[in-house]
Design a protein around this ligand. Structure first.
Ligand SMILES: *[C@@H]1O[C@H](CO)[C@@H](O)[C@H](O)[C@H]1NC(C)=O
Ligand SMILES: *[C@@H]1O[C@H](CO)[C@@H](O)[C@H](O)[C@H]1NC(C)=O
Ligand SMILES: *[C@@H]1O[C@H](CO)[C@@H](O)[C@H](O)[C@H]1NC(C)=O
Ligand SMILES: *[C@@H]1O[C@H](CO)[C@@H](O)[C@H](O)[C@H]1NC(C)=O
Ligand SMILES: [Ca+2]
Length: 487
């Protein structure tokens, strides 16, 4: 009974379209498309954006097993943002990623963490990630995006999706309140009318905290918090969406988002903890240039590396499709990464020891999720190859004269990098490379960055990356002209 019924309905429906005027037909077809899209919003892997000004922006939520969950911002960048915007039908080229719960704290459990897209995926659920529900994230780590509409021929103002940012301005005063000590507390800003107001916690990060500590001559930020721990009531005057790059000399150079003012998604306010002693990782760009070279390696020797995502995604395709895959070779750009601590305090892992993860393949613990990233960009600034150092162990490999090495990885030892010591990943180490098998010969930019997601506080992030020229022919590769800068 039922199939026949459906058939008749469809038949009637189609005949309507066929018999209707072209205008009517068009309208009906549009309706049909809309219905179809609505259905798509309810199937596994569907996504939506929440907490923004409209459907085009917000924290990402994904539907899995009938419930919506958030996505964590670890390894979240423009590649993932593009896939999100594409999946939602927006232009992917203008996609902007947001981190640190920019659109409010995660309202639900995290479904995805360490999402890694190569950009070719149609949906975010096709990207690699740690597995449904597997994460180590707090509610202040929600990933989001800002997408922009495809250009319409109408007189719609261009780029009205873009968040308009305004400098805080010279007259702004800042103070810390309600801390247990003078070097911590909620951050308050004095407005033109002379009232002190708290700041919305959404999106608050170490960059803003660093500038607040600098402005108050309290040293460096050891923590940036989105919290109600220090009290403080948000009002319609409370600024939101404050953004500093981290190198501003005072807080009044930072920008805020006018739309977010008085429009905070959370009850949490921005707070900081400042300290005089802080570590400062610096990448050795000279060693990088000296040691960079190409190597062709059989996939047989890359099985551990493949388990740790240290090869390009085409390697996994080769493995699937070719029975003799272990005889195939990958071309690797290998180099030494020497990371020096130029601060006045030891660098310690972000994750406490009892949560370190044992990695069978390389037989040691991972104490920080993403310690370093290696990226290759083409002349139009698109990332065309990448590697990342998930497998690492922080230790004192070499110290300046007179400094005793303290940290060692062997036997579940304490991990860290002492002041004036270097942690060295020699080019002979597994995963210390970028898989460039898919790269055409040509001129590229090569970037190596440590602590690239700014999850561990430092004195400065302006010296965490080396950006170099990479010249690649079929048989030869050279890395030159490295400049130290921000990741
Ligand atoms: C915040 O509001 C509560 C309740 O209205 C009040 O008791 C408290 O004093 C306020 N705190 C500040 C810092 O204004
Ligand atoms: C701060 O960083 C921005 C972008 O990273 C850069 O354009 C600017 O020149 C830097 N300013 C200073 C004072 O170093
Ligand atoms: C850079 O890479 C992108 C994406 O792979 C590609 O579309 C673009 O044409 C490349 N640009 C150049 C100059 O090769
Ligand atoms: C680290 O080296 C610098 C420069 O050589 C020196 O001024 C500083 O005192 C050293 N710090 C420590 C803790 O050894
Ligand atoms: Ca640094």
């Amino acid at each position: 009974m039922k199939p026949i019924h459906t058939f008749i309905c469809v038949f009637l429906f189609l005949s309507h379209i066929l018999c209707d005027s072209p205008e009517d037909a068009k309208r009906k077809r549009a309706l049909l498309v809309k219905k179809h899209l609505k259905r798509l919003k309810k199937i596994d892997g569907a996504i939506k954006l929440v907490g923004g000004r409209g459907e085009f922006e917000g924290n990402v939520e994904i539907l899995h097993e009938g419930s919506w969950g958030a996505i964590c911002d670890d390894e979240w960048d423009v590649n993932e943002a593009r896939v999100i915007c594409k999946q939602l039908g927006y232009l992917s080229s203008d996609a902007e990623p947001t981190v640190n719960s920019y659109f409010g704290p995660a309202r639900r459990k995290y479904w995805m963490d360490n999402v890694y897209c190569d950009g070719s995926e149609e949906e975010i659920s096709q990207c690699r990630f740690d597995g449904w529900g597997q994460n180590d994230c707090t509610s202040t780590e929600a990933a989001g995006v800002i997408c922009s509409e495809p250009e319409e021929p109408k007189q719609k103002p261009k780029n009205d999706n873009k968040i308009s940012m305004t400098p805080l301005g010279k007259d702004v005063k800042v103070r810390l309140k309600a801390g247990r000590v003078a070097t911590e507390g909620r951050v308050e800003i004095k407005n033109a009318a002379g009232q002190w107001n708290v700041i919305c916690g959404d999106g608050w990060s170490l960059f803003e905290a660093l500038v607040v500590c600098r402005t108050l001559s309290l040293g460096y930020a050891s923590d940036a918090m989105q919290t109600d721990f220090f009290g403080g009531n948000l009002t319609s005057e409370s600024l939101g969406g404050i953004k500093c790059t981290g190198n501003e000399t005072t807080f009044h150079h930072c920008l805020y988002n006018q739309h977010a003012t008085g429009n905070c998604q959370s009850k949490d306010v921005a707070a900081v903890s400042c300290t005089e002693t802080m570590s400062d990782l610096v990448i050795d760009h000279v060693d990088l240039m000296r040691t960079a070279h190409l190597e062709d390696k059989q996939m047989f020797f890359l099985q551990c590396a493949m388990e740790e995502n240290c090869v390009a995604s085409t390697a996994y395709e080769v493995q699937k499709e070719n029975d003799a895959w272990h005889l195939e070779t990958r071309r690797l750009l290998r180099f030494t990464a020497r990371i020096f601590n130029a601060g006045n305090a030891d660098f310690r892992p972000a994750i406490p020891k009892h949560l370190w993860e044992w990695h069978m393949c390389h037989m040691h613990y991972h104490s920080m999720e993403v310690f370093a990233t290696f990226d290759i960009y083409n002349s139009t600034g698109q990332r065309v190859a990448e590697g990342h150092k998930a497998s690492f162990c922080l230790e004192d490999n070499q110290c300046l004269p007179g400094v005793e090495p303290k940290y060692a990885c062997a036997n579940y030892g304490d991990q860290g990098i002492s002041v004036n010591c270097s942690d060295i990943y020699k080019y002979t180490v597994d995963c210390q490379w970028v898989d460039i098998s898919d790269l055409e010969p040509g001129k590229y930019r090569f970037k190596v960055a440590v602590n690239p997601e700014f999850k561990v506080p430092e004195m400065s992030f302006e010296n965490n990356a080396a950006v170099c020229d990479f010249f690649y022919t079929e048989t030869f590769g050279s890395v030159t002209n490295c400049v130290v800068q921000r990741p």
